[in-house]
Design a protein around this ligand. Structure first.
Ligand code: ADP
Ligand code: MG
Length: 358
């Protein structure tokens, strides 16, 4: 069952179209990241879901009920934004109880619910404090408790961790993931951070200039990006442009690359993407492993960047094609600039991508 359905939603501000024909479905109990660069329309879509902004076209349904014309307060949504927006003069308990009071839940019933969610966010002993007596991470937990205390049918989170420093942010990612699992709330999490989206959510929806570029599990969108944008935004990618010939992709210079993807007719222009960690750089004279028919290309190392756990190499082929390669730091002798190497990678890791929309 879908918890939230977005059907052909479009929105412009003045002459600028910010969302164009968005359709996306969020499954009951799922944790979906809405991932896109700054300005791609993530917040606008979230505000439309919440009811703060009306779409120009299209419909929103929550739990199968059309809510497009239902006001914010009647949509049963929980929200957390980047800025904590707690009431500074109210205690943690009163902040959390605020949404309950508005629904007429007071007294013992309210106290029970407040205690339940403060337990869930692991802040049971902080109820009497004021927001200013809490750290940024603690304030964000309270904001989360306040958003979920009313048992909303969907939880909307707009970059809730982006104001936190790196360590706290990682800690809160783990917490958020646990709280979502324990509460079972359908969660839509806006972020521009690729790793955060991949590690936290069970579904990733990629937004590119106001349109959905791809929806899938983290592994699907990372391993099989469908567009150049998805490939490049979600990590690093080597993108090769070529022409289909003899069931392979013929690159400028004549080298042929195999892919397991089904190719369009001979002569079609195509692009393939290969993730840098899928490519092995080996000494140029090392015998090739038997078995799998790998793609191979001679290249010369043009840059070597040491990063502790790994190396990032740039390499250039005699035809002038440039590759980026990630190698774990376990070679007996790392490569240096000027070394001649052979690049090898699997046809399974050679992913056919669409040319970008203009
Ligand atoms: P994101 O959250 O992905 O960074 P936003 O949805 O905030 O993107 O914004 C998308 C685009 O819409 C931006 O170009 C922004 O300037 C514009 N925009 C957002 N809200 C308004 C508004 N109320 N009035 C005019 N333009 C807006
Ligand atoms: Mg935003």
């Amino acid at each position: 069952m879908t918890a939230v359905d977005v059907l052909s939603v479009a929105k412009s501000f003045g002459k600028t179209e910010v969302l164009s024909d968005i359709s996306v479905h969020f499954a009951q109990g799922s944790f979906t990241s809405l991932l896109g660069p700054s300005g791609s329309g993530k917040t606008t879509l979230l505000r439309i879901l919440a009811g703060f902004v009306a779409p120009d076209r299209g419909r929103i349904a929550i739990g199968g009920r059309d809510v497009t014309d239902v006001p914010v307060w009647a949509r049963n949504i929980g929200m957390v934004f980047q800025s904590y927006a707690l009431f500074p003069h109210m205690s943690v308990e009163d902040n959390v109880a605020f949404g309950l009071a508005r629904r007429g839940i007071r007294g013992e019933a309210a106290r029970r619910e407040v205690a339940r969610v403060l337990d869930l966010v692991r802040m049971p002993e902080f109820g009497r404090r004021k927001p200013r007596e809490l750290s940024g991470g603690q304030q964000q937990r309270v904001a989360l408790a306040r958003a979920i205390v009313t048992q909303p049918s969907v939880l909307l989170l707009d970059e809730p961790l982006s104001a936190l420093d790196r360590r706290l942010r990682q800690e809160m990612q783990v917490e958020l993931s646990r709280i979502q699992r324990e509460s079972g709330l359908t969660t839509i999490f806006v972020t521009h951070d690729q790793e955060e989206a991949l590690s936290l959510s069970d579904t990733v929806a990629i937004l590119d200039r106001g349109a959905i570029a791809q929806v899938g599990t983290p592994a699907e969108v990372y391993e099989h990006p469908r567009t150049r944008f998805a490939a490049e935004f979600l990590g690093d990618a080597n993108i090769l442009d070529g022409i289909v010939g003899g069931g392979r992709v013929i690159l400028p210079g004549g080298a042929a690359v195999r892919t397991l993807a089904s190719l369009p007719p001979e002569g079609s222009a195509v692009s393939v993407a290969i993730r840098p960690e899928k490519i092995d750089a080996v000494e140029k004279d090392r015998p090739s492993a038997k078995g799998e028919d790998r793609n191979r290309a001679p290249a010369r190392i043009s840059a070597a960047l040491y990063a502790g756990t790994s190396f990032t190499y740039d390499a250039v082929t005699p035809d002038g094609l440039r590759f980026k390669i990630f190698a774990q730091n376990r070679q007996a002798r790392p490569f240096a600039v000027g070394d001649d190497v052979r690049l090898e990678w699997s046809p399974a890791h050679t992913v056919l991508i669409d040319a970008d929309r203009g």
